[in-house]
Design a protein around this ligand. Structure first.
Ligand code: PLP
Length: 383
């Protein structure tokens, strides 16, 4: 089964009535007349904080799309990430991350310092990250496939190979690239995480997360942590997320195409100082992105507005179609101010090194007609 088909039909239908759509088991508990019943994958089916059959079609489809052995869905991307880190780390463990990553992930990793976990950060380039790996084997090597907000693309196969040779566990956040562009487990990664609130669900109406694992042993360990930390996805959210997932491929391909057209338009705009998009030859990681992703480069475009913070605020206020706000990956286009949202937990000195400045805007390109989006951006920049 090809990946586009797996997004639509990559799960077994376990319903006895032949329903085309998986049923929602909106229940807190399951009957227990002695021993618990087992779910299709052999876990106890007792209580919906541990296992609920509504989640299984979504987990199966996501595991197939990401070349994993199985998957666990959570009530947010952060619930997935925190459960994964708790399951892998102990006091004396070290995590290596890029200094640019989703701000709350970085805040979580540095907060784990109070339990003895050490955090090391490198500049988000393949060379510096690999140097970081070699300068002291981390317990966990963590990377995002496309970083947020400056859209760096590390050479995942190279990074994973080095990390695995050293004996690190590799965790990849594939939220921005999605399995449409890359499947890190097929390159040797151990765990892939997504904020399914973004492209997987895709409609700006549901928060969720997933961890796709590459072994049964990891699944069993993480299943226990999901139950202990209590971050399992709720049944209706799972229903909505699976419904969204079915259109991932058509949505994402269209959004990537529009994003490229918008990046090219902005690159010529007199009010724009710089456009940052891996699909443009001016991006430092364009070559790596082309090698890994082919002709699609994601659907987020970042750019710097001439005139700094005041000009950016005027731009946000003048938008008529695009919504100013946090988040990304949905059908509606969203313009974000990274210094006040996703990147705000990144320490000031790191932001300086990275170039996350007050003139920076991150645009998540949705499914509106690209000409309407370009007209709206143009009038707001000229306002
Ligand atoms: N990872 C990335 C790359 C993100 O952009 C986000 C959220 O913006 C998260 C993880 C966290 O996901 P959630 O907001 O679903 O908890």
């Amino acid at each position: 089964m090809r990946r586009g088909t797996a997004a639509v039909r990559g799960f077994r239908l376990l319903d006895p009535y032949g329903s085309l759509q998986p049923p929602i088991y909106q229940t807190a508990l399951f009957r227990m007349e002695g021993e618990a019943l087992k779910s299709d994958r052999g876990f106890d089916l007792k209580y919906s904080r541990e296992e609920n059959p509504t989640l299984r079609p979504l987990e199966e489809a996501l595991a197939t799309l990401e070349d994993g052995v199985d998957a666990l869905v959570f009530n947010s991307g952060m619930a997935a990430l925190s459960s994964v880190f708790f399951s892998l780390l102990n006091a004396d463990a070290t995590v290596l991350t890029t200094m640019e990553a989703y701000g709350t992930t970085l805040r979580l990793l540095s907060s784990l310092g109070r339990f003895g976990v050490k955090l090391r950060k490198t500049y988000p380039s393949t060379e510096t990250y690999i140097e970081g790996l070699k300068s002291g084997r981390p317990t966990v090597a963590f990377v995002e496939t496309i970083t947020n907000p400056l859209l760096h693309v590390l050479d995942i196969p190279e990074v994973v190979k080095t990390a695995k040779d050293l004996g690190s566990v590799v965790v990849v956040d594939n939220t921005f690239a999605t399995p449409v562009l890359i499947q890190p487990i097929s390159h040797g990664a151990d765990v892939v995480v997504h904020s399914t609130s973004k492209y997987i669900a895709g409609h700006n109406d549901v928060i969720g997360g997933v961890a796709v694992v590459s072994s049964r042993a990891m699944l069993e360990e993480l299943w226990v942590w999901r139950a202990m930390l209590g971050g399992i996805m709720q049944p209706f959210e799972a229903f909505l997320t699976l419904r969204g997932l079915k259109t991932l491929f058509v949505r994402f391909e269209y959004q990537c195409k529009s994003a490229k057209a918008i990046a090219e338009f902005l690159a010529e705009h007199s009010k724009v100082a710089e456009v940052i998009y891996p699909g443009l030859p001016t991006h430092p990681d364009h070559g790596v992105a082309k090698k890994l992703f082919g002709d699609k480069f994601g659907a987020v475009v970042s750019f710097r507005v001439k005139g700094g913070r005041d000009a950016v605020f005027k731009f946000f206020k003048s938008l008529k179609l695009v919504t100013p706000g946090p988040s990304l990956g949905g059908v509606e286009s969203i313009a974000t101010y990274p210094v006040a949202s996703a990147a705000s937990p990144i320490p000031e000195e790191d932001r300086k090194i990275l170039g996350i400045t007050e003139d920076l805007v991150r645009l998540s390109v949705g499914l509106e007609d690209v000409d309407d989006l370009i007209e709206d951006l143009d009038q707001a920049l000229n306002a």
